[in-house]
Design a protein. Structure first.
Length: 663
């Protein structure tokens, strides 16, 4: 079962739990009509849980692939300008999820006011709060993809004039404020815990965390894109071409006022979560393993490890929302097998190198004690506990508890299949993730597991506060200091972050970490280290693309291409493979990159026919998705797209199958 399906187990609980005395009086599904649906508490609960399918999860921890953190075997076209083109139809301009939320809210809110919904009043309000959250989530997705977007609060009739009028794009600052308003409603209505389902359903803290994420996104986006066409009232902002946005004024009076507003909102919401969410313990006994089996046993016993691989995540303080699976109900996943098979992706050299030593020094700093990267064992030695823990090393135990069911896994971690010959353990970079690894053979038997999968982790709030407060004030305040030290202590690093800052060389970090930059300029060392800490803790949890975008951290690749690299193949590691299989400079038959280019495996520099062979490049238009032609045409008069109220995103043409302007 694909892990992006709905929180099905939680949904079954809701539906099965609905078989109570009150539900005996409710018509069967075949007799349900709009007039007699959404009139009872359990119906609200069931409707809301169906909308959870739009929420992301990180079960296999590969959510940061196609960034400077992780790479897949195939390159991403957004880094080869000219290949991403305007579509004829589809795309991010869609209202399906928003419609579902609007239908619920416009139906339920009048009934709530009239007192015609039966059930527990607190529970009813909680489920309404869930729908405000889900609408906010749907709009946040649009904010990231498109920036300006229509704010639609009701369902609309199938009337061209009405739908065309509703297609007018609100400036992104108004979209972000609307999202925060919905989240404020969710915070007001939802309880500290859900009426049913526990942490399998949304709660007040989930809404506070998302509020901090959205506010931080908008505050930093406005800061780093100020003075460009990507923000309202910026030079050549396309919104100015339409009369309905021509005289737009920021609610706070200026873009600087908006930045301050959003950063303040981010700080307040993040602090509310972080102060209430203690960090899960990292036992640190893992650093003393003497055998691979000791490593595996300790991993199972370590709460920090188990948080990412247990079947029941309800007892972990940091987990705010998670997806449950139940083999007894036939609800399973293949997460354990996918992780052990490396699922076609791997950490980049740039990501591995940014992790500090346990003494708090960067690997290049004098006296750091870095052992080098001639083997993965050396790479892990005396490093940040998160890298030491979650970077797989050939020979480590994979299965601690054998299963009579059979298994699709191998007993130990194999040499990474960088050549894609085996068809299993397909690791493209040589650096394989072990985050979420399960040692129980029963979970691996026949590819049917029921490990839980995290959707929201409260630890993010620590980082949201740290960053928002520094962006707002330029200092690390007492609260941020306490959060930062707690994170580092849990990771087994010297908590003195000032020591790290003093030893940081941005020029060296910039060679592999895109987070060094904003708008093509290096940020200061303190801000960079806040960004570094964030990426090291949240590995694979799907936030890196969002972060790079809001930081405007890709501009530098417009002038200087970036080559994605993996482990140091051209050293002792080459002996892991038969010499005859490591072929290069023979066209399409090459299996690896030329050692003359770099001692590190260059993922996309094997065959010259690969478009990314010359490196990853960037163009400004790619910070937003293009709007497909279909949407201009159906809102125009006589197919004249100039009459449409919709305007295209900066740098993109209003013509199908065309790349950004200038390519």
């Amino acid at each position: 079962m694909k892990t992006r399906n709905i929180f099905i187990a939680a949904g079954l609980v809701v539906l099965l739990g609905a078989c109570n005395k009150n539900m005996l009086e409710v018509p069967p599904p075949s007799k349900v009509t709009p007039d007699n649906y959404l009139v009872e508490e359990s119906q609200l609960a069931a409707y809301a849980i169906k909308q959870y399918e739009g929420l992301p999860i990180f079960g296999t921890f590969d959510g940061d692939a196609h960034t400077d953190v992780g790479a897949r075997r195939a390159y991403d076209a957004k880094y080869t300008p000219g290949q991403w083109r305007v579509a004829q139809s589809g795309g991010a301009w869609s209202f399906t999820g928003i419609f579902q939320c609007n239908y619920f809210l416009e139906t339920v809110l009048p009934r709530l006011a009239a007192g015609t919904i039966t059930g527990n009043a607190g529970n009813i309000k909680h489920y309404i709060g869930e729908m405000y959250y889900l609408r906010a989530w749907a709009y946040f997705d649009k904010l990231q993809s498109l920036g300006d977007f229509p704010i639609v609060k009701t369902t609309l009739k199938d009337d061209k004039q009405m739908l065309t009028e509703a297609s007018k794009r609100a400036p992104q600052t108004e979209v972000a404020r609307f999202i925060l308003s919905d989240l404020d409603s969710a915070i007001l209505l939802m309880g500290a815990t859900a009426p049913t389902g526990g942490k399998n359903r949304l709660s007040k803290s989930c809404a506070q965390l998302l509020k901090s994420r959205v506010a931080l996104y908008e505050g930093t986006f406005l800061k780093y894109f100020k003075g460009t066409a990507f923000v309202p009232n910026g030079p050549d902002w396309p919104g100015k071409t339409k009369d309905y946005n021509a005289s737009y004024a920021f609610q706070s009076g200026s873009i600087e006022g908006e930045i301050d507003f959003f950063l303040t909102q981010a700080m307040d919401a993040a602090k509310a979560v972080a102060d209430a969410v203690p960090l899960v313990t990292n036992s640190m006994v893992l650093r003393k393993e003497t055998t691979n089996e000791d490593f595996a046993v300790a991993s199972e016993a370590n709460p920090y490890c188990r948080m990412f691989s247990a079947t029941d995540l309800s007892g972990f303080s940091e987990v705010l929302l998670w997806r449950d699976y139940d083999l007894g109900l036939g609800v399973s996943n293949g997460i354990p097998n996918t992780i052990q098979a490396a699922h076609g992706w791997g950490f980049t050299r740039g990501y591995v190198d940014r992790f500090l030593m346990a003494n708090g020094l960067p690997i290049y700093a004098p006296g750091s004690g870095y052992a080098g990267d001639d083997s993965i064992q050396l790479v892990r030695q005396n490093r940040d506990g998160r890298l030491w823990l979650f970077l797989a090393q050939p020979g480590q135990i994979n299965i601690l508890k054998p299963s009579s069911l059979g298994t699709h896994a191998t007993p130990i971690v194999t040499y990474p299949d960088i050549l894609n010959l085996i068809g299993n353990h397909d690791n493209v970079t040589g650096y394989m993730s072990r985050k979420g690894n399960v040692y129980d053979g029963a979970q691996l038997g026949n590819g049917r597991g029921d490990v839980g999968s995290i959707a929201l982790r409260g630890t993010e709030a620590y980082f949201n506060y740290m960053e928002a407060s520094y962006e707002k004030t330029g200092t690390v305040d007492g609260t941020a200091k306490a959060y930062w030290e707690a994170i580092r202590k849990r990771a087994g690093i010297d908590p003195d972050f000032q020591k790290t800052i003093a030893a940081t060389d941005l020029a060296k970090e910039a060679a592999n970490d895109w987070g060094v930059y904003s708008a093509g300029v290096m940020v200061d060392k303190t801000l960079y280290n806040i960004r570094r800490e964030r990426s090291c803790e949240l590995m694979g949890e799907g936030l890196r693309n969002m972060d790079l975008k809001r930081w405007r951290a890709l501009d530098q690749m417009s002038a200087t291409p970036y080559h994605v690299e993996g482990f140091k193949l051209w050293g002792p590691i080459k002996n892991w493979y038969k010499a005859s299989t490591l072929t290069y400079n023979i066209g399409d038959r090459s299996t690896v990159s030329d050692p003359a280019l770099s001692p590190y495996l260059r993922i996309y520099q094997k065959t010259p026919t690969v478009l990314a062979f010359t490196g990853y490049r960037w163009t400004m238009a790619h910070y937003f998705s293009p709007i497909a032609m279909q949407h201009f045409l159906i809102t125009s008069e006589n197919n004249d797209v100039k009459t449409s109220p919709i305007y295209q995103n900066p740098g993109w043409p209003v013509e199908a199958n065309k790349p950004p302007l200038g390519f």
